[in-house]
Design a binder for this molecule. Structure first.
Ligand SMILES: [Fe+2]
Length: 304
Protein backbone atom coordinates (compact mmCIF):
# COMPACT_ATOMS: atom_id res chain seq x y z
CA UNK A 1 0.00 0.00 0.00
CA UNK A 2 1.53 3.29 -1.05
CA UNK A 3 1.17 6.47 0.91
CA UNK A 4 -0.60 8.21 -1.99
CA UNK A 5 -3.36 5.55 -1.99
CA UNK A 6 -4.00 6.13 1.73
CA UNK A 7 -4.83 9.77 1.07
CA UNK A 8 -8.29 10.92 0.01
CA UNK A 9 -11.32 8.69 0.57
CA UNK A 10 -9.74 5.33 -0.16
CA UNK A 11 -9.94 3.04 2.86
CA UNK A 12 -7.07 0.67 3.58
CA UNK A 13 -8.31 -1.02 6.77
CA UNK A 14 -10.72 -0.59 9.70
CA UNK A 15 -8.35 1.69 11.56
CA UNK A 16 -8.20 4.13 8.67
CA UNK A 17 -11.95 4.65 8.21
CA UNK A 18 -12.41 7.32 10.87
CA UNK A 19 -9.59 9.50 9.56
CA UNK A 20 -10.83 9.11 5.98
CA UNK A 21 -14.32 10.28 6.96
CA UNK A 22 -13.03 13.17 9.08
CA UNK A 23 -10.87 14.31 6.17
CA UNK A 24 -13.89 14.26 3.86
CA UNK A 25 -15.76 16.53 6.29
CA UNK A 26 -12.82 18.85 6.91
CA UNK A 27 -14.10 21.73 4.77
CA UNK A 28 -17.19 22.28 6.94
CA UNK A 29 -17.09 26.04 7.45
CA UNK A 30 -19.12 26.46 10.62
CA UNK A 31 -16.61 25.59 13.40
CA UNK A 32 -19.24 24.54 15.94
CA UNK A 33 -21.04 22.35 13.42
CA UNK A 34 -17.71 20.85 12.43
CA UNK A 35 -16.90 20.07 16.07
CA UNK A 36 -20.28 18.38 16.57
CA UNK A 37 -20.17 16.33 13.37
CA UNK A 38 -16.57 15.25 13.92
CA UNK A 39 -17.43 14.06 17.43
CA UNK A 40 -20.49 12.25 16.11
CA UNK A 41 -18.33 10.33 13.65
CA UNK A 42 -15.52 9.68 16.16
CA UNK A 43 -17.85 8.41 18.89
CA UNK A 44 -20.00 6.49 16.43
CA UNK A 45 -16.97 4.73 15.00
CA UNK A 46 -15.66 4.04 18.51
CA UNK A 47 -19.03 2.44 19.32
CA UNK A 48 -18.83 0.24 16.21
CA UNK A 49 -15.26 -0.71 17.03
CA UNK A 50 -16.25 -1.59 20.59
CA UNK A 51 -19.29 -3.78 19.93
CA UNK A 52 -18.18 -5.09 16.52
CA UNK A 53 -21.66 -5.27 14.98
CA UNK A 54 -22.33 -8.17 12.67
CA UNK A 55 -23.81 -7.37 9.25
CA UNK A 56 -27.21 -8.63 10.47
CA UNK A 57 -27.08 -6.51 13.62
CA UNK A 58 -26.13 -3.45 11.61
CA UNK A 59 -29.05 -3.97 9.23
CA UNK A 60 -31.39 -4.48 12.18
CA UNK A 61 -30.21 -1.18 13.65
CA UNK A 62 -30.72 0.68 10.39
CA UNK A 63 -34.17 -0.86 9.99
CA UNK A 64 -35.03 0.20 13.55
CA UNK A 65 -34.20 3.83 12.68
CA UNK A 66 -36.18 3.54 9.44
CA UNK A 67 -39.20 2.40 11.44
CA UNK A 68 -38.74 5.22 13.96
CA UNK A 69 -39.08 7.68 11.09
CA UNK A 70 -42.06 5.91 9.54
CA UNK A 71 -43.91 5.91 12.88
CA UNK A 72 -43.92 9.73 13.06
CA UNK A 73 -47.18 11.48 12.17
CA UNK A 74 -48.58 14.99 12.67
CA UNK A 75 -49.66 13.97 16.17
CA UNK A 76 -46.86 11.59 17.18
CA UNK A 77 -43.08 12.08 17.22
CA UNK A 78 -41.27 8.76 17.64
CA UNK A 79 -37.85 10.45 17.28
CA UNK A 80 -38.41 12.55 20.41
CA UNK A 81 -39.67 9.47 22.21
CA UNK A 82 -36.54 7.50 21.29
CA UNK A 83 -34.29 10.32 22.53
CA UNK A 84 -36.29 10.47 25.76
CA UNK A 85 -36.19 6.75 26.63
CA UNK A 86 -32.43 6.61 25.93
CA UNK A 87 -31.85 9.48 28.38
CA UNK A 88 -30.45 11.77 25.67
CA UNK A 89 -33.07 14.46 26.22
CA UNK A 90 -32.59 14.55 29.98
CA UNK A 91 -28.80 14.62 29.68
CA UNK A 92 -28.95 17.64 27.36
CA UNK A 93 -31.35 19.40 29.72
CA UNK A 94 -29.26 18.70 32.80
CA UNK A 95 -26.04 19.76 31.07
CA UNK A 96 -27.57 23.04 29.95
CA UNK A 97 -29.74 24.36 32.69
CA UNK A 98 -30.84 21.99 35.36
CA UNK A 99 -29.85 21.27 38.96
CA UNK A 100 -28.65 24.83 39.63
CA UNK A 101 -29.19 26.88 42.75
CA UNK A 102 -29.94 30.17 41.03
CA UNK A 103 -32.72 29.19 38.67
CA UNK A 104 -35.41 26.60 38.23
CA UNK A 105 -34.24 23.47 36.48
CA UNK A 106 -35.22 22.77 32.94
CA UNK A 107 -37.13 19.69 31.93
CA UNK A 108 -38.10 17.88 28.78
CA UNK A 109 -40.48 19.71 26.46
CA UNK A 110 -42.04 16.34 25.72
CA UNK A 111 -43.95 15.37 22.61
CA UNK A 112 -47.28 17.03 23.43
CA UNK A 113 -46.53 20.78 23.46
CA UNK A 114 -48.79 22.64 21.00
CA UNK A 115 -48.89 26.22 19.78
CA UNK A 116 -52.09 28.20 19.98
CA UNK A 117 -53.33 27.25 23.44
CA UNK A 118 -56.15 29.48 24.81
CA UNK A 119 -55.37 32.59 26.83
CA UNK A 120 -57.10 32.62 30.22
CA UNK A 121 -57.49 35.26 32.89
CA UNK A 122 -55.77 34.53 36.19
CA UNK A 123 -57.85 32.18 38.31
CA UNK A 124 -59.66 30.63 35.34
CA UNK A 125 -60.12 26.93 34.78
CA UNK A 126 -58.34 25.18 31.91
CA UNK A 127 -60.94 22.39 32.07
CA UNK A 128 -63.29 22.54 29.08
CA UNK A 129 -65.77 19.79 29.98
CA UNK A 130 -68.00 18.80 32.87
CA UNK A 131 -66.29 16.22 35.05
CA UNK A 132 -66.34 14.77 38.53
CA UNK A 133 -62.55 14.27 38.52
CA UNK A 134 -60.52 15.64 41.42
CA UNK A 135 -59.73 19.34 41.01
CA UNK A 136 -56.34 20.89 41.58
CA UNK A 137 -55.75 24.57 42.27
CA UNK A 138 -52.34 25.60 41.01
CA UNK A 139 -50.63 28.81 42.05
CA UNK A 140 -47.20 30.00 41.12
CA UNK A 141 -44.80 32.89 41.03
CA UNK A 142 -42.27 33.88 38.38
CA UNK A 143 -39.12 35.54 39.72
CA UNK A 144 -35.77 36.66 38.38
CA UNK A 145 -32.53 35.36 39.88
CA UNK A 146 -32.59 38.20 42.45
CA UNK A 147 -35.99 36.81 43.46
CA UNK A 148 -37.80 39.90 42.20
CA UNK A 149 -41.23 39.29 40.65
CA UNK A 150 -41.54 39.34 36.87
CA UNK A 151 -44.77 40.96 35.74
CA UNK A 152 -46.29 39.98 32.41
CA UNK A 153 -44.44 36.69 32.07
CA UNK A 154 -46.30 34.26 29.84
CA UNK A 155 -46.92 30.90 31.50
CA UNK A 156 -48.04 28.07 29.21
CA UNK A 157 -49.37 24.96 30.89
CA UNK A 158 -50.48 21.60 29.49
CA UNK A 159 -51.18 18.28 31.10
CA UNK A 160 -52.68 14.83 30.73
CA UNK A 161 -56.24 14.17 31.85
CA UNK A 162 -57.19 12.19 34.98
CA UNK A 163 -57.08 9.05 32.81
CA UNK A 164 -53.61 9.90 31.52
CA UNK A 165 -54.32 11.17 28.01
CA UNK A 166 -53.52 14.53 26.41
CA UNK A 167 -56.44 16.07 24.57
CA UNK A 168 -54.93 15.46 21.14
CA UNK A 169 -54.59 11.75 21.95
CA UNK A 170 -58.17 11.42 23.13
CA UNK A 171 -61.18 11.94 20.84
CA UNK A 172 -63.43 12.25 23.91
CA UNK A 173 -61.76 15.48 25.08
CA UNK A 174 -62.53 18.92 23.61
CA UNK A 175 -59.85 20.61 21.50
CA UNK A 176 -57.23 22.28 23.74
CA UNK A 177 -58.70 20.79 26.91
CA UNK A 178 -56.28 21.09 29.87
CA UNK A 179 -54.04 23.53 28.00
CA UNK A 180 -53.79 27.28 28.31
CA UNK A 181 -51.60 30.27 28.96
CA UNK A 182 -51.63 33.08 31.50
CA UNK A 183 -49.76 36.32 32.15
CA UNK A 184 -48.36 37.03 35.61
CA UNK A 185 -49.60 39.99 37.66
CA UNK A 186 -47.53 42.74 39.31
CA UNK A 187 -46.39 40.27 41.99
CA UNK A 188 -45.25 37.77 39.38
CA UNK A 189 -48.14 35.52 40.40
CA UNK A 190 -50.39 33.27 38.36
CA UNK A 191 -53.04 30.79 39.38
CA UNK A 192 -55.58 28.54 37.73
CA UNK A 193 -57.88 25.61 38.29
CA UNK A 194 -57.42 22.24 36.66
CA UNK A 195 -57.85 18.52 37.30
CA UNK A 196 -55.28 16.39 39.01
CA UNK A 197 -53.37 14.74 36.13
CA UNK A 198 -52.66 11.02 36.03
CA UNK A 199 -49.41 9.36 35.06
CA UNK A 200 -49.48 7.75 31.67
CA UNK A 201 -47.62 5.34 29.43
CA UNK A 202 -45.61 6.75 26.55
CA UNK A 203 -46.88 5.43 23.20
CA UNK A 204 -45.70 1.86 22.70
CA UNK A 205 -47.19 1.06 19.28
CA UNK A 206 -43.92 1.74 17.44
CA UNK A 207 -40.32 0.54 17.52
CA UNK A 208 -39.61 2.40 20.78
CA UNK A 209 -42.31 0.27 22.40
CA UNK A 210 -40.54 -2.83 21.05
CA UNK A 211 -37.32 -1.56 22.59
CA UNK A 212 -38.93 -1.07 26.01
CA UNK A 213 -40.40 -4.57 25.93
CA UNK A 214 -37.03 -6.11 24.99
CA UNK A 215 -35.45 -4.22 27.89
CA UNK A 216 -38.24 -5.31 30.27
CA UNK A 217 -39.03 -1.68 31.12
CA UNK A 218 -42.47 -0.31 31.98
CA UNK A 219 -43.60 2.59 29.76
CA UNK A 220 -44.98 4.92 32.45
CA UNK A 221 -44.33 8.51 33.40
CA UNK A 222 -45.32 9.81 36.85
CA UNK A 223 -48.14 12.39 37.04
CA UNK A 224 -46.95 15.89 36.17
CA UNK A 225 -47.82 19.31 34.78
CA UNK A 226 -45.87 20.88 31.91
CA UNK A 227 -44.90 24.55 31.90
CA UNK A 228 -43.13 26.92 29.55
CA UNK A 229 -42.40 30.37 30.97
CA UNK A 230 -41.43 33.31 28.72
CA UNK A 231 -40.41 36.77 29.91
CA UNK A 232 -38.65 39.65 28.19
CA UNK A 233 -34.92 39.68 28.98
CA UNK A 234 -34.91 36.11 30.31
CA UNK A 235 -34.16 32.64 29.03
CA UNK A 236 -37.29 30.67 28.30
CA UNK A 237 -37.87 28.08 31.00
CA UNK A 238 -39.23 24.68 29.95
CA UNK A 239 -40.24 22.79 33.05
CA UNK A 240 -42.34 20.00 34.46
CA UNK A 241 -43.65 19.66 38.00
CA UNK A 242 -44.10 16.09 39.25
CA UNK A 243 -46.53 15.01 41.94
CA UNK A 244 -44.61 14.07 45.07
CA UNK A 245 -47.00 11.17 45.70
CA UNK A 246 -47.08 9.88 42.12
CA UNK A 247 -46.63 6.26 41.18
CA UNK A 248 -43.47 5.73 39.08
CA UNK A 249 -41.89 8.91 40.53
CA UNK A 250 -38.60 7.01 40.90
CA UNK A 251 -38.81 5.12 37.60
CA UNK A 252 -39.92 7.62 34.94
CA UNK A 253 -39.42 5.90 31.58
CA UNK A 254 -38.03 9.16 30.14
CA UNK A 255 -35.78 9.96 33.15
CA UNK A 256 -37.44 13.39 33.44
CA UNK A 257 -37.64 13.61 37.24
CA UNK A 258 -34.97 15.71 38.91
CA UNK A 259 -35.23 16.54 42.62
CA UNK A 260 -35.89 20.22 42.04
CA UNK A 261 -38.93 19.43 39.87
CA UNK A 262 -40.93 17.51 42.46
CA UNK A 263 -43.93 19.57 43.60
CA UNK A 264 -45.92 19.20 46.80
CA UNK A 265 -49.40 18.08 45.82
CA UNK A 266 -51.42 18.79 48.99
CA UNK A 267 -54.68 16.89 49.31
CA UNK A 268 -57.57 18.51 51.20
CA UNK A 269 -60.87 16.98 52.23
CA UNK A 270 -64.17 18.55 51.17
CA UNK A 271 -65.11 21.78 52.98
CA UNK A 272 -61.65 22.13 54.53
CA UNK A 273 -58.23 23.58 53.78
CA UNK A 274 -57.58 26.83 51.91
CA UNK A 275 -60.80 26.48 49.87
CA UNK A 276 -63.49 25.48 52.35
CA UNK A 277 -66.18 26.11 49.73
CA UNK A 278 -65.11 22.99 47.83
CA UNK A 279 -67.72 20.26 48.17
CA UNK A 280 -65.37 17.41 47.22
CA UNK A 281 -61.74 16.53 47.98
CA UNK A 282 -59.20 18.60 46.06
CA UNK A 283 -55.49 19.29 45.69
CA UNK A 284 -53.40 22.44 45.83
CA UNK A 285 -49.96 22.98 44.35
CA UNK A 286 -47.65 25.98 44.53
CA UNK A 287 -44.70 26.40 42.13
CA UNK A 288 -41.90 28.94 41.93
CA UNK A 289 -40.05 29.57 38.69
CA UNK A 290 -36.73 31.42 38.78
CA UNK A 291 -35.68 32.70 35.36
CA UNK A 292 -32.11 33.48 34.34
CA UNK A 293 -31.29 36.57 32.30
CA UNK A 294 -31.16 35.91 28.60
CA UNK A 295 -33.14 36.02 25.42
CA UNK A 296 -36.55 34.34 25.27
CA UNK A 297 -37.11 31.81 22.54
CA UNK A 298 -40.21 29.87 21.58
CA UNK A 299 -39.81 26.10 21.56
CA UNK A 300 -40.77 24.39 18.33
CA UNK A 301 -43.82 22.17 18.89
CA UNK A 302 -42.98 18.56 18.04
CA UNK A 303 -46.58 18.18 16.83
CA UNK A 304 -49.22 20.48 15.35
FE1 LIG B 1 -46.30 14.88 29.90
Amino acid sequence: MTKSVQQGSIVSDAASVTDVVLAAMSRTENPRLKEILNALVEHGHAFLNQVKLSDDEYEQGLDFLRRVGLTCTDSHNEVVLLADVLGYSTLVKVLNNSMREDRTGGALLGPFFRDGSPHYELGASIVQEDTTATPIFVSGRVLNIRREPIQGARVDVWQASPIGLYENQDPDQPEMNLRGHFFTDANGDFHFRSLRPAGYPVPTHGPVGDLLRIQRRHPYRPAHLHFVVFAEGHDTLISQIFADDAEYLDSDVTFGVTRDLIGKFDRHEARSGPRPGQQAPYYTLHCEFLLAQGTPTRPVPPIK
